[in-house]
Design a protein around this ligand. Structure first.
Ligand SMILES: N[C@@H](CC(=O)c1ccccc1NC=O)C(=O)O
Length: 307
């Protein structure tokens, strides 16, 4: 029997069995935090992102608000390691916020621990809804990567890290067609953190109000659905994909991550899956400010190619 769809599982997608209320719950990450209330979790996430960005801008050499395209929102921040050398590995970060909140100006979580180890970190802005559509955001993210490759052709690898909606945008790059952009980026790894890979359930939640996604939009922008039918294999078989999810993320977030990981493996990708112990949807990313955090260490080991 051919392995197709959800790892060979037959029948309708499990989320279709959920009531409207259950679906809303499963796709509201702040309702699943255990150490604080929902509002406090979101406030703490913004606060830590804000502080990390201030610290990064005060302590690191940087190029801020660099245009990667003509659009007003097409900007990125580059944070350099000590002893600026363009021949470093680059890690691009795509923030979350359900494609409708968040900003590069509050998302420099990983900058200090990574630049300290010789990695250049790029925090990318994209036009969130209602200004941007999913198609536009995917195109902007594609062009931001092309820009970095063209600007820094001597890079020692480009790594993409995304959180939640940002993990979705990063995952879409597994399927990007680079030929029309005139350059193939030196992609060496993906760090997908608490991501969403099948957007169809989102269409039925309140999160879709500013997004205005149709089922067709969702289909076209779902790496899970695209990978299931793609005949493409990874360009670089060494390119590593880490799919990670927080222990306290909702069951639907767990299911999405596991199924995406399984689909990657079936497609021949060098993928691994990690459930990050005792982390909720927000802690999992704000702890990247800490160099001794398990996910920071996994990212650094992959980039620095240590065992
Ligand atoms: N209103 C959402 C907010 C949210 O999901 C979120 C907030 C900040 C960063 C990432 C998020 N989730 C996915 O992108 C919630 O219920 O938590």
């Amino acid at each position: 029997r051919p392995l197709a769809g959800r790892g060979g599982m037959e029948g309708p997608a499990p989320w279709k069995r959920l009531s409207k209320e259950e679906l809303e719950d499963q796709y509201s990450p702040s309702r699943w935090v255990i150490r604080r209330g929902a509002e406090e979790a979101l406030r703490t996430y913004s606060h830590i992102g804000d502080e990390a960005t201030k610290k990064a801008r005060a302590t690191r050499k940087s190029l801020l608000h660099v245009s990667y395209g003509d659009g007003e929102g097409e900007k990125l921040d580059i944070y350099f390691p000590e002893g600026v050398s363009e021949a470093s590995p680059f890690c691009l970060f795509f923030h979350g916020g359900y494609w409708q909140s968040g900003s590069k100006d509050t998302s420099a979580f990983m900058v200090n621990p990574l630049t300290e180890q010789g990695v250049t970190v790029v925090v990318v802005a994209y036009d969130i809804a209602p200004k941007g559509t999913l198609d536009q955001m995917v195109d902007q993210v594609t062009r931001s990567i092309v820009f970095v490759q063209k600007q820094y052709p001597c890079n020692e690898g480009i790594y993409l890290c995304g959180h939640s909606a940002g993990a979705h945008l990063a995952a879409m790059m597994l399927l990007a067609n680079w030929t029309k952009h005139g350059v193939t980026p030196n992609l060496k790894g993906f760090f997908l953190v608490s991501g969403i890979y099948d957007l169809k359930p989102i269409v039925y939640t309140s999160q879709n109000a500013p997004l205005l996604m149709t089922l067709e939009d969702a289909q076209r922008n779902s790496p899970q659905l695209l990978l299931e039918v793609a005949l493409t294999r990874p360009l670089d078989p060494a390119c590593h994909v880490l799919v990670s999810v927080g222990q306290h993320d909702s069951p639907e977030f767990h299911r999405q991550s596991k199924e995406f990981y399984q689909t990657l493996r079936q497609g021949g990708w060098n993928a691994s899956f990690e459930e990050i112990h005792d982390m909720d949807h927000f802690e999992i990313i704000w702890n990247l400010t800490q160099k001794d955090y398990v996910l920071t260490q996994m990212i650094l080991r992959t980039i620095l190619q240590e065992p």
